[in-house]
Ligand binder design. Structure first.
Ligand code: ZN
Length: 147
């Protein structure tokens, strides 16, 4: 009588296949993976803005008629305020979309003025930026002179 190796002990081939697959995934994502966390942040911010915009529209419908004049006035003030907010959000939304677009084209994180790579901490702090800190400072100085 001879003992044969137990069938459920031969697991090593499957483990080998799995680790190869895992390695391939890491390789594929390593190029875009550099900004994966920032991309997630941007997408989250984008969703939040859109959700809030949706809520704003619902509120607006309830503000159509006011029997009291002072209520009407404050409602208009509220509306002006929310319109200003919306304008700012719309602009931010555009910047977020552009940043995500640059990620897709592998252009993200490159200063559009000097074409140097923007340092990661700056991108993390201000993900929608298209300028490195030097060029941003220069641009701000130029704007001051123009005014
Ligand atoms: Zn620059």
């Amino acid at each position: 009588m001879k003992t044969r190796p137990s069938a459920h002990r031969a697991k090593s081939p499957r483990t080998a296949v799995k680790s190869t697959a895992a390695r391939r995934t890491t390789q594929q994502s390593s190029r875009s993976g550099k900004y994966a966390a920032i991309r997630r942040d941007l997408q989250q911010q984008r969703r939040a803005i859109l959700e809030e915009a949706g809520e704003g529209l619902t509120n607006q419908k309830g503000q159509e008629t006011f029997p009291d004049v002072s209520d009407q006035a404050s409602a208009e003030a509220d509306q002006n305020f929310s319109m200003r907010i919306r304008e700012r959000e719309r602009r931010l939304l555009k910047k977020i979309d552009e940043a995500l677009d640059r990620m897709d084209k592998n252009l993200y994180g490159i200063c559009e003025r000097c074409e140097e790579e923007i340092p990661f901490p700056r991108l993390k702090a201000r993900p929608v930026t298209t300028l490195c800190i030097n060029c941003k400072t220069l641009q701000e100085q130029e704007e001051k002179i123009r005014r």
